[in-house]
Design a protein around this ligand. Structure first.
Ligand SMILES: Cc1cc2nc3c(=O)[nH]c(=O)nc-3n(C[C@H](O)[C@H](O)[C@H](O)COP(=O)(O)O)c2cc1C
Length: 199
């Protein structure tokens, strides 16, 4: 589920919220799963992965991750991302282009404090995306961290929130005979410019 902290009254946000509610009403699973594509400057490659969107706070879309991970390094060197959602239950795709940065440490701390001990033990114990010899080593690191953790354990500096602010949306709604509706919103001079695209 996505938490809407301070809902925006701007048009693409109102449309997003109504489609989100419709997807939930149609029993859509994994509504919070979004694909985030980033640019790996060193390799001259684009990379995509799913993350779980946790909050939308006005125009900030927030998820959490390891700041040292490949995606974290890519966001540092190239702060533009492409985000994709597909809700099969309502045959709707949402595409976004956005600028990404870290959330405040206070925001990350608050979120970390609200998570289970197990989730936090994994966040602390895993050097995300680094090669490891065996899965046993993963569980060993996890169990050792879990054992020493207390209610006082702080969020590590290398884990926290990312917030992206979209400047482009495309809502694609599938219809019969491929008469698909494509509704674009582009941010220009602080105004959302609306356009319809051919299917
Ligand atoms: C549905 C789904 C949700 C995920 N959510 C997150 C997430 O919120 N944060 C995260 O760091 N990884 C999440 N992952 C794992 C990422 O897809 C990815 O494997 C990991 O972040 C490493 O990515 P990187 O090597 O590009 O940094 C999720 C995977 C799936 C399939």
């Amino acid at each position: 589920m996505i938490n809407f902290l301070n809902p925006s009254l701007e048009k693409p946000y109102i449309l997003f919220q109504s489609l989100y509610q419709k997807a939930l009403d149609h029993g859509q699973k994994g509504v919070e799963a979004i694909s985030v594509s980033s640019f790996n400057k060193g390799a001259n490659e684009v990379e995509a992965r799913y993350v779980n969107l946790k909050y939308i706070d006005v125009n900030e879309w927030i998820f959490f991750s390891n700041y040292n991970s490949p995606k974290g390094q890519q966001f540092e060197s190239h702060n533009q991302v492409s985000v994709l959602i597909y809700w099969e239950s309502i045959n709707t795709q949402i595409r976004m282009k956005a600028k990404i940065s870290k959330t405040s440490s206070e925001f990350s701390d608050k979120h970390f404090q609200g998570r289970t001990k197990e989730k936090n033990a994994l966040a602390i114990s895993s050097n995300q995306s680094q090669v490891i010899g065996s899965f046993d080593e993963v569980t060993k690191n996890f169990n050792e961290t879990l054992e020493v953790m207390t209610s006082e354990t702080h969020r590590p500096d290398f884990w926290g929130g990312y917030s992206f602010i979209p400047y482009y949306f495309e809502f694609w709604q599938g219809h019969e005979n491929r008469l698909n509706k494509r509704h674009v919103f582009k941010l220009q001079d602080d105004q959302w410019k609306e356009q319809l695209l051919q299917p």
